[in-house]
Design a protein around this ligand. Structure first.
Ligand code: SF4
Ligand code: SF4
Ligand code: SF4
Ligand code: FES
Length: 624
C-alpha cells in the first residue's frame, strides 16, 4: 500500500517584520519559541494546559491595533505581529513592576536565583528604576505554612501563574494543592496539612515548574547556588520507566562540595519522589574502587580472580543478577555465563517469570498503547508507588481486581469481580504488578486471553528477561544448592535479594560460601558479608541502556567519581573462552519475603536515601 502523505497545513504570519511559514493549529507563543523569538511568559508550560493567566506573553497585533496574549492565540494566516511595539514594552514593564511591588528583593538568599524567570525578565523587560515607592519591608502578604519538612512556599515570591496546581492535578493527579483567596491575597495552599503525609507524592514537579522561588525544596535550601553546579541528563534507573532526569552536582572545588545536590525532571515533567528527593543515594557511603579481603585491589586482579573461578569451577559457581543493571553489562554477563556454563539466577524467577509462565506467549505492549488504553484494571501491589510516573498516564477508567492500595487511591479505582472483568475484556488493559505477587502463576493462567501489561519494580527487568529467559535457575533452588554446599562461589549483583530475603536469613545462606563476590554501589549492607566487592554504577554514572517501559533509554555517565565499569567489563570479555557451554538450570520453589513497595521505600537503592527515609517514617508513624 502506498503510504499516505499527510501534509501539515501551514499559514503565513509576520513577526517583527519577518515573514514566517508556520504550522496551523499552534499558538503564536509556541511558534515564536520554536523560531527563537523571545517572548517572556510565566504561566505557559509546554506540558500544561494553557490558561492565559499571567498576561506576561503579550504581543501587538498590527492589524487590529490591539495587545493580545500569545500563549492562547492561535496563529492565523496573514497575522502581522510585533513583540517590540512600544505598547508591548510599556505593558511588560508595568506588569513586572506590579509583580515586584509585592516581591521581596531576596535574590541573594533565594534558591531560584540565577534560574528565576522574574529575575531574568526583570533585568531584560522590567523598569530600570523603582516606579512605585514601596519599601521591601512593606511587601508582606499573609504567608501559608505548608507544615512540611520538604517543600516550602514563599507567598511573597509567588507570581500566581498556577503552574504548580496544574502540574499537581493534571500531570500527577495528586490534587495536593489549591488556590486560596483571590487578587493580591492569592496564595497556593496545601489541600491537607501536614503536607508530608497528605496526598502529595513529593514528586517535586511544583518546584520545577514554578518560574520563581515561591516553592522550594527544603533539603536543597541554602546548600549552594544554581550557577555553581554542573549538570548532566540521564535516564533514571530507580524503576522500570527510565524517565529522563537532570542531575546537578558539585565538583569538589573551592565553590562546591563533591556531591549531588539535586535532581530535576526535564520539560517532559517525568519525575517522582524516588528521583526528586532520593538523589542523596548518589553521595551515600559509596564503594568507589574494588576491594578484596579488606584491601584495595586492581581491576586486573579482580578480572583474574573472576576468570579463575569461572573457568576452573563453573559447576560450583553461580551468578545472581540485579534487575537494576544496564543492558551492556548484562550482555557481558550473558557472554560470561555462555562461555563458562555456570548457574545464573534472578529474583525475577520468584514472581515475574512465574506470571509469564502461567500466562503463556506474551507480546510486549508499547508505552503508546498503554497511554491510549481506554480502561485499566489493576492487579498486584500499589502501581503508583512502584512506577510512579506510569500512574500519571492512567487517564482512562480505572478498575481494580485487588484489595485497596495506598497511592493508587488517587486513580479512584472501581473494585470489580472476575465476572465484571469479563465484560471489560475487549477494552481493558490489565496492569499487573508482578513484584512479590502471591500465586503469580495462577494469576497468569487466569488472565490468559486478556490484554495484560506486566510490570516489576526492577529498573531493567525487561532487559534481564530478554537476555536470560530460558537459562535462569529458580532462586530458591539455587539458595538450597548453596546451603547444601553444591554451589560454593557466588557472584552477586546488587542487593535485590534483600528485598526478598531477611538479612539474617541471607547471612545464614552465605556463611556456606567459599567466596562471595559482590558488585555493589554501596560500601555497606551486603558488602559487609562479601569477601570481594566491586563497584556498580548508578544513574549519572553508568554509560549503558535500559529496556524500560518506554522503550530503550540511555543511562549517561558524567559524575566525576564514577567507576569506569565499561573498561572493566571490556577487559573481562577479552579474556573469556570463545566456545559456548551448556548452562545448567536448577528447579524448585521456596518461601520468600514480599518486597515492600512504598512510594518512599521500594527498593534497596532508595532505602539508602535519608530524605526518603524521613518521609517514609512520617507515613509509617501515621499508621501506628
Ligand atoms: S510535590 Fe508533586 S504531588 Fe506534591 S504538591 Fe508538588 S506537584 Fe503536587
Ligand atoms: S507557587 Fe510558583 S508555580 Fe505556583 S502559582 Fe506561585 S509562582 Fe506559579
Ligand atoms: S518514575 Fe521511575 S524512572 Fe521515573 S523518576 Fe520515578 S523512579 Fe525514576
Ligand atoms: S503565558 Fe500567556 S498569559 Fe501567561
Amino acid at each position: 500500500m502506498t503510504p499516505i502523505n499527510i501534509m501539515e497545513e501551514k499559514v503565513r504570519i509576520t513577526v517583527d517584520g519577518k515573514e514566517l511559514e508556520v504550522p496551523k493549529g499552534k499558538t503564536v507563543l509556541q511558534v515564536a519559541l520554536e523560531r527563537g523569538i523571545n517572548i517572556p511568559y510565566f504561566c505557559y508550560h509546554p506540558k500544561l494546559k494553557i490558561i492565559g493567566a499571567c498576561r506576561m506573553c503579550i504581543a501587538y497585533n498590527e492589524k487590529t491595533g490591539r495587545l493580545f496574549t500569545t500563549c492562547n492565540t492561535p496563529v492565523e494566516d496573514g497575522m502581522v505581529i510585533s513583540t517590540k511595539h512600544p505598547t508591548v514594552v510599556e505593558n511588560q514593564r508595568y506588569l513586572l513592576q506590579a509583580l515586584m511591588t509585592r516581591h521581596p528583593l531576596d535574590c541573594p538568599i533565594c534558591d531560584k536565583a540565577g534560574e528565576c524567570d522574574l529575575q531574568n525578565y526583570g533585568a531584560i523587560y522590567g523598569p530600570k528604576r523603582q516606579i512605585v515607592p514601596i519599601s521591601a519591608l512593606e511587601k508582606d502578604r499573609n504567608g501559608v505554612d505548608w507544615e512540611s519538612d520538604f517543600l516550602e512556599y514563599y507567598s511573597n515570591r509567588c507570581v500566581v501563574c498556577y503552574r504548580c496546581t496544574r502540574a499537581c492535578s493534571d500531570v500527577v493527579g495528586a490534587n495536593a494543592l489549591y488556590v486560596e483567596e483571590r487578587g493580591f491575597h492569592t496564595n497556593i495552599a496545601p489541600a491537607e496539612k501536614p503536607f508530608d503525609t497528605s496526598s502529595c507524592e513529593m514528586c517535586g514537579l511544583c518546584v520545577y515548574v514554578c518560574p520563581v522561588g515561591a516553592i522550594i525544596s527544603k533539603p536543597f535550601k541554602y546548600w549552594t547556588r544554581s550557577w555553581l553546579l554542573q549538570r548532566g541528563k540521564t535516564a533514571c534507573n530507580l524503576c522500570p520507566l527510565g524517565c529522563e532526569i537532570q542531575v546537578e552536582y558539585g565538583l569538589g572545588d573551592w565553590r562546591s562540595e563533591r556531591r549531588v545536590y539535586r535532581t530535576k525532571p526535564t520539560d517532559e515533567l517525568h519525575i517522582c519522589a524516588k528521583a526528586f528527593f532520593g538523589y542523596d543515594v548518589l553521595s551515600s557511603n559509596r564503594l568507589l574502587y574494588p576491594v578484596m579481603y579488606g584491601r584495595e585491589e586492581t581491576v586486573g586482579g579482580m578480572i583474574n580472580l573472576l576468570v579463575n573461578i569461572l573457568k576452573s569451577k563453573p559447576q560450583e559457581t553461580a551468578i545472581i543478577l540485579s534487575n537494576f543493571t544496564g543492558n551492556e553489562v548484562l550482555d557481558i554477563i550473558h557472554a560470561l555465563v555462555k562461555s563458562t556454563g555456570c548457574y545464573i539466577s534472578s529474583t525475577l524467577t520468584l514472581d515475574f517469570l512465574k506470571f509469564l509462565e502461567g500466562y503463556g506467549n506474551y507480546e510486549q505492549i508499547s508505552f503508546e498503547e498503554f497511554k491510549n488504553a481506554g480502561a485499566y484494571v489493576l492487579v498486584g501491589d500499589d502501581i503508583t508507588s512502584t512506577v510512579p510516573v506510569l500512574s500519571y498516564y492512567m487517564r482512562g477508567r480505572v478498575y481494580s481486581l485487588y484489595g485497596e492500595r495506598t497511592r493508587d487511591k488517587k486513580l479512584n479505582p472501581v473494585y470489580i469481580s472476575w465476572k465484571e472483568l469479563f465484560h471489560l475484556k475487549e477494552e481493558a488493559l490489565v496492569v499487573v504488578n508482578t513484584t512479590g505477587l502471591e500465586d503469580a502463576r495462577a494469576w497468569g493462567e487466569k488472565l490468559r486471553g486478556y490484554k495484560v501489561y506486566p510490570i516489576h519494580y526492577g529498573a531493567n527487568f525487561w532487559g534481564v528477561y530478554e537476555r536470560f529467559k530460558g537459562v535462569l535457575s529458580d532462586l530458591p533452588a539455587l539458595m538450597s544448592a548453596i546451603v547444601e554446599g553444591r554451589v560454593k562461589n557466588l557472584i552477586l549483583f546488587g542487593e535485590d535479594l534483600l528485598d526478598y530475603y531477611e538479612p539474617l536469613e541471607l547471612k545464614g545462606i552465605f556463611d556456606n560460601l567459599e567466596k562471595l563476590i559482590l558488585f555493589t554501589p554501596f560500601d555497606d549492607g551486603l558488602s559487609h558479608m562479601a569477601h570481594v566487592k566491586i563497584p556498580m554504577n548508578l544513574y549519572g554514572e553508568a554509560n549503558s541502556s535500559l529496556t524500560s517501559l518506554m522503550g530503550k533509554v540511555e543511562l549517561r555517565g558524567f559524575l566525576p567519581w564514577r567507576f569506569r565499569e565499561e573498561d572493566f567489563y571490556q577487559d573481562l570479555l577479552s579474556v573469556l573462552p570463545k566456545e559456548e557451554k551448556h548452562v545448567p538450570m536448577l528447579k524448585g520453589e521456596g518461601e520468600f519475603k514480599k518486597p515492600e513497595l512504598h512510594l518512599y521505600w521500594s527498593n534497596w537503592i532508595i532505602r539508602r536515601s535519608k530524605n526518603l527515609k524521613r518521609l517514609y517514617e512520617k507515613q509509617v508513624s501515621l499508621r501506628t
